[in-house]
Design a protein around this ligand. Sequence first.
Ligand code: AMP
Ligand code: MG
Length: 425
Amino acid sequence: MNTPRAPLKSLDDALIELLAQAQVLAQTELVSTFDGQGRVLSADLVSALHVPPQDNSSMDGYAVRCADLDGADQALPVSQRIPAGAAGAPLLPGTVARIFTGAPVPAGADAIVMQEDCEPVPDSAGQGLGQVRVKSTPAMGQWIRRAGEDVSRGAVVLACGERLTPASLGLAASIGMSALPVVRRPRVALFSTGDELVMPGDIAPEQMPAGAIYNSNRFFLRSLLQGLGCEVTDFGIVPDRREATLDALRQASAQHDLILTSGGVSVGEEDHIKPAVQALGELDLWQIAIKPGKPFAYGKIHRTASATLAGTACHFIGLPGNPVSSFITFLVLVRPFLLKLQGATQCMPVSMAMPAHFAWPRADKRREFLRVRRNAAGGLDLFPNQSSGVLTSAVWGDGVVDNPPGQTIAPGDVVQFISFSELMA
Ligand code: AMP
Ligand code: MG
């Protein structure tokens, strides 16, 4: 008699387990602010100054004292000229200062009048700075950017655990940081399994032997890993043999934080990954109730005493071989894991509610990630072939619908959409 099979683990439970295993890498390093994109801060960045440092003009125009302008269309002498980068002198009462965008507002001035609202009146002799006729009544404080309105001295500008974006690099630079403390890059060993795999370039399409296919997973997995700040060692294709699998795992575990494989993790006789991981360490998680992507595995390889990283276990993640399964499980499971390893506080993607402009009449027991695309009408279209082998769906689509188990979808239903740009950031 068959023993009843235990229900598959839910994605949420699997993520909790996986993230609990992802202890933040202990080593940190300083990188040039130029090279910080995508890295995770290992300390708070505290500003030692106000940004902007002084009150400054947000317009090209004239710095004035409002009290000098009683509303009449009057001409006042221009007593100084303050370009950006200059300091300027206190504003003499009854005069205005020519001022340019970004220049400090002189002491005593309390508003800027934009040059479009002023009419210069040259000196009769054509010398000096002349006068200016102010044609509008300024409001107190207008067109002045206040000191510290972006950042005030002592503020935490970027917190430990933030992942650096181009905008945050600019903000770090604005408080004078030329180098940033970040968690070191995770070292990831990548290998593809499958005797059917051929590398593009090794055999021409017209010469492909029967049964062979090109290795596509290797390309997107390597680039996804690099996009997440990893140092990748690509071990290429590992043959479907027990000894070769054991050798590759043993060798890769010595100096990597994570071994990421694709294929060979199902239950077929040619699937050697699972028993090999069990022989060299432990398998903590296997199979998840998602579609595509059920044959997902997580475990650890115990390192030999002589290994570079001896003392800690090497994480192992086995992705399914089917390209879309591999792609989706990377995005929903490996990505948060790698972000957590780097200490990122924000590891999970943000989803948004959007109307489905398609029908999905057959519910599945597993949580599904349907490849869809946003349309101009503000809804989602479905790629017609949702097979886990059809990688075109991931190129045509610009994201996925995160569809709960047992859920059908009718046109107009509100579903949860996660964009690929969110999942690949
Ligand atoms: P497996 O998980 O090894 O049973 O593979 C499942 C399916 O994915 C098979 O049809 C494989 O040929 C295919 N596959 C496995 N690895 C890759 C790869 N690296 N690139 C493209 N297809 C793959
Ligand atoms: Mg295989």
